[in-house]
Design a protein around this ligand. Structure first.
Ligand code: SF4
Length: 362
């Protein structure tokens, strides 16, 4: 089922638009200069939508300053207080995210809806497993199956949606997040059969860089492969740039976005004739100082760096630029054609030169 197309500032999500990469700032929003600086760094690595926490009124009051200084759509994340949502909307944000379950009585939610309608901005309704309204200790949540948890999350989301739809508002984006893969996947699968609102994918409290990326990749891979998901955030206890880079890598690996430079490198083994791990790290570092590996203005190219002649030539041939290692040298391929031998010491510089030549031709 194709999801509804929704406008968020200067971009669209859903309805066949590319799956968008989101992140959230980790600065204090009230420190708007630091927040803007962080967002600019995120724009550089390909962040397409940014969410900021709005915990109090002073933070809401600086949103217009942040908005004026960034290029990507700004989303205000609100809990508990409808006044923060209304102020954020009046400050010019492009979307707000609320959990109606903690906003209080229906009248409070209505005030937010009226303000959003006036400015024609969408609202994301997020239900997180940890903050379910219908959850009581006596429910034995811990002992519940993923299936039961997922159904409870969808039930609460549907109640929220109906409440808002009854206020004649349908500019809705949803999210159903849990901190485990099974519940998150099931909840999103169940919801996607009920309504066609765009879905934001995420795992709550996913964890540190390594485990968080694995958890998110597992969940997003299953869902995106079933065409479920219109935006995503890889939440990590790490810098937000890493969240964005991980998001792009997931989308690129699933063939859903083709952007920038993709490095294909072998894991190395006893046949490897070069210090490949060091070479690939050097290449990655050099590339990121010239241009982000992800930014949209780059021609999408594959660069293969392979350790030996077993799989090396095959992979190197498939890539736009490739190198397959031999003893002390490497054979450079361009578009599958062997071009020349390169001494090991010069691999990084020569590959960089070839990449720059390709990018110049845009
Ligand atoms: S390309 Fe060669 S060195 Fe790299 S993993 Fe394969 S066999 Fe090992």
């Amino acid at each position: 089922m194709k999801t509804k197309k929704i406008r968020i500032g200067n971009i669209y999500i859903g309805g066949g638009e590319p799956v968008r990469v989101q992140s959230m700032t980790k600065t204090k929003t009230i420190d708007w200069r630091s927040t803007v600086n962080q967002i600019k760094k995120l724009e550089d690595v390909g962040c397409e939508i940014i969410r900021v926490a709005v915990p109090d009124m002073p933070s809401a009051k600086v949103l217009s300053k942040i908005k004026k200084n960034i290029k990507i759509p700004l989303v205000a994340d609100i809990h508990f207080d409808w006044r923060l949502a209304v102020e954020s909307i009046n400050q010019g944000v492009d979307k707000i995210r609320i959990n109606p379950g903690n906003i209080g009585p229906k009248e409070n939610i209505e005030k937010i809806i009226i303000a959003a309608k006036k400015r024609k901005i969408p609202i994301r309704i997020g239900v997180n497993a940890g903050s379910l309204k219908i959850l009581k200790k006596s429910d034995g949540w811990i002992k519940m199956s993923s299936d039961e948890r997922a159904n409870r999350m969808v039930k609460e989301l549907m109640e929220n949606i109906k409440l808002i739809e009854n206020m004649n508002f349908s500019d809705i984006v949803v999210s159903l997040k849990a901190n485990d893969v099974q519940t998150t996947v099931l909840a999103n699968q169940i919801f996607s059969k009920k309504r066609n609102y765009p879905i934001h994918l995420g795992i709550t409290e996913a964890g540190t860089e390594f485990s968080g990326i694995i958890k998110s990749t597992s969940a997003f891979g299953i869902l995106l492969n079933q065409d479920i998901g219109d935006t995503l955030r890889v939440s990590l206890t790490a810098s937000p740039e890493k969240e964005v880079i991980a998001g792009w890598e997931i989308l690129k690996s699933l063939g859903l976005r083709k952007q920038g430079i993709e490095i294909i490198s072998c894991p190395t083994c006893g046949r490897c004739e070069t210090d490949l791990i060091k070479i690939v790290h050097q290449l990655e570092k050099k590339l990121s100082t010239y241009y982000s590996l992800l930014t949209t203005h780059l021609r999408p190219i594959k660069v293969a760096v392979m350790g030996c002649i077993v799989n090396g030539p095959g992979e190197a041939k498939d890539a736009d630029i490739g190198i397959a290692g031999g003893k002390g040298f490497g054979l450079l391929f361009k578009k599958g054609v062997p071009v020349r031998k390169i001494p090991q010491k010069k691999w990084v510089d020569e590959i960089m030169r070839e990449i720059k030549n390709v990018q110049k031709k845009i």
